[in-house]
Write a protein that binds this ligand. Structure first.
Ligand SMILES: Cc1cc2nc3c(=O)[nH]c(=O)nc-3n(C[C@H](O)[C@H](O)[C@H](O)COP(=O)(O)OP(=O)(O)OC[C@H]3O[C@@H](n4cnc5c(N)ncnc54)[C@H](O)[C@@H]3O)c2cc1C
Length: 512
């Protein structure tokens, strides 16, 4: 039995079914995919948005090949554009995917010399080496920290990321406030962390954002995230797995030889079945609740997600072509100093005056998510991901705080646009602007991700945490009959990687 039809549950189901196991997946929602789905969000607007997660980096080619997944991931021509105002003049920092003379000139124009770009290139070249060395270990049993360090060509960088505050590691190579901010954001996606602390929180998030498939490139899934999980569901079914939706698991009774799984359907009608093993594809705190165990501190997410459909791309004050600037990650108010200020305010229990965020336009790389009329009319999608907006800030007044957060990010984005964002938004069937916002509380409500934490909890270093974990797949729960598979339940499962589901399947298929 696989509980939870998120992408990790589907990957586990596909591997197990292909190996001849009898597999039933139970998913509480009406569709599978969890946080990796495509939806038509706005009534009367034929655009299939990746409503939650939107870019793929960590899904290993090996899983795609093993499962025969028909998934196409496209590189974006631009890595990032950072809109800034320098000496009162609107400008920006453009980083191409393959950094060439245009990137060099952009660094020079912003920082006044070639030194910052040289530092950037040195830092990211070291990270690229680390990614190449680390990525293959993600699909192996867990290594001890010493064994892993012995396999790396740059063990010093691995050591620094683990032991030192991320802000210090970044400051070794970069000095410009804007440039440092671009680097630091990778340590803060969905993670409420102080980049000056030595708790490793930001360092872990940073690492996961840089190592995917040995390149750290974030790619656009053709057809949106739903196409990725659709391919995983197809692979699971092809092997003979049964996928049951609208089935909420309510209880597990474990015995030495198996588990009885209890669930209810949408009408509250209960059912139960015996299984040899349960693969737990939902968040670990849901397992703790169901088995009435102490799951430790409840996770707390820290992001603002806004989905939009544009009638047209807005013009930029800097004069940059929006079709280029918005094709990559478009950073707004994410300088190192702004990240610090926002963290301090949020940690003090206030919604940051200036919310650091990034936006990105999926349809510039993959127009296939637009319906024919929308495509012909020049419509585009826009996804906004805000940082340092922890769930706690929204608890007292969820709707009012979300509305205020949206007001702030729209005003901040407008500061870089020649025309107000609102004027560029498409309208839905009722005439309302196509803008849908979700706080961590909204994500929790719709996806059962506790605290709305996008990884089900803080990420772990991709290495054995103790000697007992060495040589295992990092999928243990309190019971040998229940195997973790999800983002937060497994050591290396964070993000859309399939690594949690892969590890759960390997644990069951190759007992060690
Ligand atoms: C807004 C947002 C943006 C993100 N952006 C990205 C991104 O761009 N790239 C990236 O790599 N990652 C991103 N992430 C993170 C990524 O989406 C998740 O870490 C990943 O999808 C988790 O997959 P999963 O299969 O482990 O868990 P989930 O996707 O959470 O799936 C768990 C499933 O279990 C089901 N379930 C829960 N309880 C029960 C129950 N009692 N009975 C039956 N079923 C149950 C849920 O309904 C759900 O379908 C983002 C996440 C969010 C929320």
């Amino acid at each position: 039995m696989v509980v939870g039809g998120g992408h990790n549950g589907l990957v586990a189901a596909a591997y197990l079914a292909a190996a001849g196991r009898s597999v039933l997946v139970l998913e509480r929602l009406g569709q599978v995919g969890g946080a990796a789905v495509s939806q038509q969000v706005f009534e009367g607007v034929d655009v299939r948005l990746s409503a939650y997660s939107y870019l793929v980096s960590l899904l290993p080619d090996r899983i795609v090949a093993d499962l025969g997944l028909e998934v196409r991931l496209l590189d974006r021509a631009v890595a990032s554009y950072t809109a800034v105002s320098r000496d009162g003049r609107p400008t920006g920092l453009l980083v191409e995917r393959d950094e060439g003379p245009v990137t060099a000139e952009s660094f020079r124009a912003l920082t006044g010399s070639d030194a910052e770009f040289a530092g950037w290139q040195r830092f990211y070249a070291r990270l690229a080496t680390l990614a190449e060395d680390l990525a293959p270990t993600l699909t192996e049993p867990l290594l001890s920290p010493d064994t892993l360090a012995g396999r790396l060509r740059d063990p010093q960088l691995w050591h620094d990321l683990r032991e030192r505050p991320l802000a210090d590691v970044v400051a070794d190579s970069l000095s410009d406030d804007v440039v440092r901010g671009v680097a630091l954001t990778d340590g803060l996606i969905g993670t409420f962390a102080d980049v000056h602390a030595d708790d490793g929180l930001a360092g872990r998030c940073f690492l996961y954002h840089l190592v995917g498939n040995g390149t750290g490139r974030w790619r656009v899934p053709v057809g949106g995230m739903g196409a990725v999980t659709g391919a995983m569901a197809t692979a699971a079914r092809r092997g003979g797995a049964e996928l049951l939706t609208r089935a909420t698991v309510t209880g597990l009774e474990t015995r030495p030889d198996g588990v009885t799984v209890h669930w209810t359907d949408d009408d509250g009608i209960p059912a139960a079945v015996d299984a040899g093993h349960v693969v737990w594809g939902a968040a670990p705190s849901v397992l703790a609740e169901i088995t009435e165990q102490d799951g430790g501190p409840r996770p707390s997410g820290s992001q603002l997600k806004v989905n939009m459909v544009l009638a047209r791309l807005p013009r930029l004050r800097s004069g940059a072509d929006p079709a280029i600037a918005l094709a990559g990650t478009f950073h707004v108010d994410e300088t190192a100093a702004q990240l610090d200020a926002a963290y301090a305010q949020a940690a003090a229990g206030q919604l940051p005056d200036v919310i650091p965020f990034e936006v990105y336009c999926h349809s510039l790389t993959d127009p296939s998510i637009l319906g024919p009329a929308e495509r012909a009319a020049g419509a585009h999608t826009l996804t906004l991901f805000g940082l340092h907006t922890p769930a706690e800030l929204f608890r007292e007044d969820p709707v009012g705080t979300r509305r205020e957060a949206v007001r702030r990010v729209v005003a901040q984005l407008d500061a870089h646009l020649e025309e107000p964002l609102l004027d560029c938004l498409a309208r839905d069937a009722t005439g309302e602007p196509c803008l849908q916002a979700a706080s961590p509380l909204d994500v929790e409500e719709s996806l059962a991700m506790p605290g709305g934490h996008i990884f089900h909890g803080d990420l772990a270093w991709p290495v054995a945490a103790n000697p007992e974990q060495v040589g295992t797949w990092g999928v243990a729960t309190g019971s040998p009959r229940i195997v973790a598979a999800s983002s937060g339940g497994t050591v290396r499962g964070g993000a859309v990687s399939g690594l949690g589901g892969y590890a759960a399947a390997r644990h069951l298929l190759d007992p060690r």
